[in-house]
Design a protein around this ligand. Structure first.
Ligand SMILES: Nc1nc2c(c(=O)[nH]1)N[C@H]1C(S)=C(S)[C@@H](COP(=O)(O)OP(=O)(O)OC[C@H]3O[C@@H](n4cnc5c(N)ncnc54)[C@H](O)[C@@H]3O)O[C@H]1N2
Ligand code: MOO
Ligand SMILES: [Mg+2]
Length: 569
């Protein structure tokens, strides 16, 4: 039964019955049950989500199947019972035969929608025998046992289920019918909030142009709302370890970094001159050693009062020395017999203890935090050199998103093509524009070329591209034309969720944003369908895509700055 909060149902209750001899012996083999559970869990942001309250595994046995289904309908009074498995042509497949006699009414429309969606994926869907019906206040679906098939089947009807359940529960369905009267093919949800996990049904990919939608099913949302939705789905990518070098530019630290060694690591001279004992004061002194900026030339003798040592900038100050006097404040008194060496030098100035010496760790001591989590590596701030100086070889940064760019349109010709344009053709200017922006912003970009306005080709190329990128940016084909196939392909062939398809702005009105769950724990893929008009594509890339890329990469300031301007018209 729908759970009730202050008289209002809070969620649609669902039972998932896995029917399989194998899984009943070893429940860890059940994959479709969990897949369906996850699918229903993904509706959690709907005003009234689906909530799986019962799960069970039974053998391919008529009695066991019927007992569970009857219990969930008659005793538990669930809104929806979904069986998975046992709908094929195998000898043990008896689910439809077990369930059908329990129906008080059949739901042939739902059964048809399931079969139709499956056949669009594979002709082998003809070998499934789903039946759907109503018992009491419960809708019952029998769907195949393959996890992929099960998921696709439920996805195909997920939008209509809430209304179906409401009607079975005795609600008037006023909204549904009003909407159906307005436009028979239009999406029936209209009271949702933007950002709900709600699918706005696009025109069918396979229907004739005469049946296309004549009004966009996508509500026009504000730029701010659209930015919020994109931000909600742009989750920072997982940290990775990378070497400290110039490739860090544009990456954001995922950890505080601590100095592993002091800078300087030894007492170092700031000047070229003479290491002295400051107390000795001005006077003529013998030059007893040399220290140039390399330890192999370090003077080994400890400096005694009355002695000085020649030293270069960065050279280790010899033991005993307390200051350095610059060469400009001295004169040569005596050279060696061969004239090559300095034997004694006059110091003209009084220096204080510590003058012109960088003590060990005076720049950075061991353990100092030299860079903080969240800081961005730039090419101009010297951050990478700082890490190098304190001996840090590797750091944890957030992985940079990889994004792909493709253009769509039969009329769009590669900009590198040297052949003459035919009537009606244009050179692809969106791709070079976006590739150039990508280069300037430092994100890794893959070029997926041009795709024709053909549903199958578009599906194939989108799928290919999505295996290689975190973010896919396509231009063209997002408006109302019969060859604007981007939205229906995403929704009907890729199973992507379209979060918005129209934004209150110009240029850029038909900007589209969708997501696809990542497989095997990988992050969600973000898909942007930018309008084909070059100005629109450029503006919307800066407005929506770039902030998403920055947010994925962990930038604190990921949003594009907003400036107010006055326009004279
Ligand atoms: N009935 C309606 N028609 C249109 C609407 C509408 O609301 N109702 N919106 C208009 C708006 S606003 C825009 S923006 C465009 C968006 O069009 P699409 O995203 O569907 O893009 P296309 O139809 O494929 O192309 C539009 C235009 O841009 C040229 N183009 C496409 N790709 C490229 C490229 N890579 N390089 C250069 N130029 C490109 C294409 O040839 C078209 O001229 O829809 C309006 N229509
Ligand atoms: O809104 Mo469209 O993007 O004008 O050109
Ligand atoms: Mg168009």
């Amino acid at each position: 039964m729908s759970s009730i909060v202050q008289g209002k149902p809070e969620y649609y209750s669902v039972g998932i019955l896995t029917v399989s001899d194998t899984c009943s012996r070893d429940s860890t083999k059940d994959r479709s049950g969990p897949v369906l559970k996850t699918l229903f869990a993904e509706t959690s942001q709907l005003k009234k989500p689906f909530h799986v309250v019962k799960t069970k595994i039974v053998k391919d046995d008529t009695f066991e199947i019927q007992k569970s289904v009857k219990d969930w309908c008659d005793v538990e009074n669930l809104d929806l019972v979904v069986t998975t498995g046992g709908t094929g042509f195998g000898i043990r497949d008896v689910t439809p035969e077990a369930v059908q006699p329990l129906f008080e009414k059949t739901c042939s429309g739902i059964t048809y929608a399931i079969i139709k969606a499956s056949l669009e994926k594979t002709e082998f869907a003809a070998l499934s025998r789903p039946v759907c019906g109503i018992r009491g206040n419960t809708i019952i679906l029998t769907i195949p046992g393959s996890p992929k098939g099960a998921k696709e089947n439920v996805q195909a009807i997920l939008n209509v289920l809430p209304h179906a359940i409401d009607l079975v529960r005795g609600e008037s369905g006023e909204n549904v019918h009003a909407q159906l009267r307005v436009e028979s093919h239009e999406c029936v949800h209209h009271d949702h909030k933007h950002g709900d996990k709600h699918q706005y049904l696009s025109t069918s990919l396979f229907g004739p142009v005469s049946q296309r939608k004549r009004k966009s099913p996508y509500p026009m949302i504000t730029v701010a709302e659209a930015l919020n939705i994109v931000a909600e789905h742009s989750n920072i990518l997982s940290p990775i370890k990378v070497p400290v070098d110039e490739n860090l530019i544009g990456m954001v630290l995922a950890e505080d970094v601590v100095a592993r060694q002091p800078v300087p690591g030894y007492r170092a001279s700031i000047l070229d001159g003479y290491a002295v004992i400051a107390n000795d004061g001005p006077g003529v002194y013998p030059v007893i050693g040399v220290s140039i900026a390399n330890t192999s030339h370090l003077s080994t003798n400890k400096l005694q009062p009355g002695q000085i040592a020649r030293i270069t900038t960065g050279g280790p100050v010899p033991p005993g020395a307390t200051a350095v006097v610059m060469v400009e404040d001295t004169t040569l008194v005596r050279a060696s017999e061969d004239g090559l060496q300095e034997e004694s030098v006059e110091i003209h100035v009084q220096v204080s203890d510590g003058a012109n010496i960088r003590e060990i760790g005076s720049d950075t001591s061991i353990g100092t935090i030299v860079a903080r989590k969240g800081e961005l590596f730039s090419a101009v701030g010297g951050e990478i050199g700082v890490l190098a100086s304190v001996g840090v070889k590797e750091v944890c940064v957030y992985r940079l998103p990889v994004f792909g760019v493709l253009s769509t349109g039969n009329e769009v010709i590669d900009f590198k093509s040297t052949s003459e344009l035919k009537y009606g053709q244009i050179f692809d200017s969106n791709r070079p524009t976006l590739l150039a922006i990508a280069k300037a912003t430092g994100f890794e970009v893959k070029d997926f070329g041009i795709v024709s306005d053909d549903a199958k080709e578009l599906e194939k190329r989108l799928k290919e591209a999505l295996t290689q990128v975190d973010v896919l940016v396509s231009t063209g084909g997002v408006s109302m034309g019969e060859l604007d196939l981007f939205k229906p392909t995403l929704q009907q062939s890729l199973g992507a969720t379209i979060h918005f398809g129209r934004v209150k702005m110009k240029p850029g009105k038909p900007t589209t944003f969708a997501t696809l769950p990542g497989t095997a724990g990988a992050p969600e893929k973000l898909i942007f369908g930018l309008p084909g008009n070059p100005a629109s594509a450029t503006v919307t890339f800066y407005l929506f895509v770039l902030p998403a890329l920055r947010k994925l990469a962990g930038y604190e300031n990921w949003n594009s700055p907003i400036l107010q301007a006055e326009v004279d018209i």
